[in-house]
Write a protein that binds this ligand. Structure first.
Ligand SMILES: [Ca+2]
Ligand SMILES: [Ca+2]
Length: 231
């Protein structure tokens, strides 16, 4: 198996690969970070399409499949150690070809594409510390196209008419424990039927409390920031 060890911002071990996907990608990627915190946490994460995870404001890692990869349905299992309480923050991204929010532009499959994310955190005894569900605070920072009719245009141009985007820079220190997320929204919960999770999703034993989440629009919200605290 051709196993690539990604360079990340700290020392880590990538030690296992299971279930190669249709194009030889791994459906479940495992990463272990050494650390000295009191609690060893295992996070399991599945996102359509990509995520970055922050621990108390510091970026821990990114999805092992790059953002601009179509049909990236891999899951990640991440082990790290920390002290509790700890603030967990995610940048979640749906795939989009450009700022119109569309994918497969110019083909018969041209569409808005939908997102979806689910994650859970357990300590070393298997006790669930938290999972994606109502209560996580989220903010949409890229919403496009402005009007779904963009997906029906023969020559959709990002930033024009129905294909305009509402986009903003992520707030400073948005992943930090002290950030005030009072103006953010409770995350929206979706059913598996609505999201259609597959591949790596099926390789994780999800707790009943772990739900599929996203911004208010599964199709038009393309970059969503979410925060929560594990106690
Ligand atoms: Ca998608
Ligand atoms: Ca989308």
């Amino acid at each position: 198996m051709n196993m690539t060890i990604r360079a990340v911002s700290c020392l880590c071990l990538v030690w296992a690969a299971f279930g190669a996907g249709a194009q030889g990608r791994r459906d479940l990627n495992e990463t272990r970070f050494p650390g000295t915190g009191a609690v060893q946490i295992t996070a399991e994460v599945w996102v359509d399409n990509w995520f970055a995870i922050y621990i108390d404001g510091a970026k821990l890692m990114e999805d092992s499949i790059p953002y601009q990869t179509e049909r990236s349905f891999n899951a990640e299992r991440i082990t790290f150690s920390t002290d509790l309480p700890v603030t967990i923050a995610f940048e979640l991204r749906d795939y989009m070809e450009n700022n119109s929010g569309l994918e497969y532009i110019g083909t018969r499959k041209q569409q808005m594409g939908d997102g979806g994310a689910i994650f859970q955190f357990r300590d070393q005894t298997g006790h669930l510390l938290g999972a994606s569900a109502a209560g996580w605070r989220c903010k949409v920072v890229q919403h496009a196209p402005a009007n779904p009719s963009c997906a029906n245009e023969r020559n959709p141009v990002a930033g024009v008419g129905a294909c305009m985007a509402e986009a903003e820079v992520s707030p400073a220190n948005w992943a930090a424990p002290g950030f005030n997320d009072a103006s953010w929204q409770d995350t929206r919960v979706y059913s598996a039927r609505e999201v259609g999770p597959k591949d790596g999703y099926d390789m994780i034993s999800w707790d009943r409390s772990a739900e599929l989440i996203w911004g208010p629009s599964l199709k038009q919200d393309n970059i969503v920031l979410c925060r929560g605290v594990l106690q």
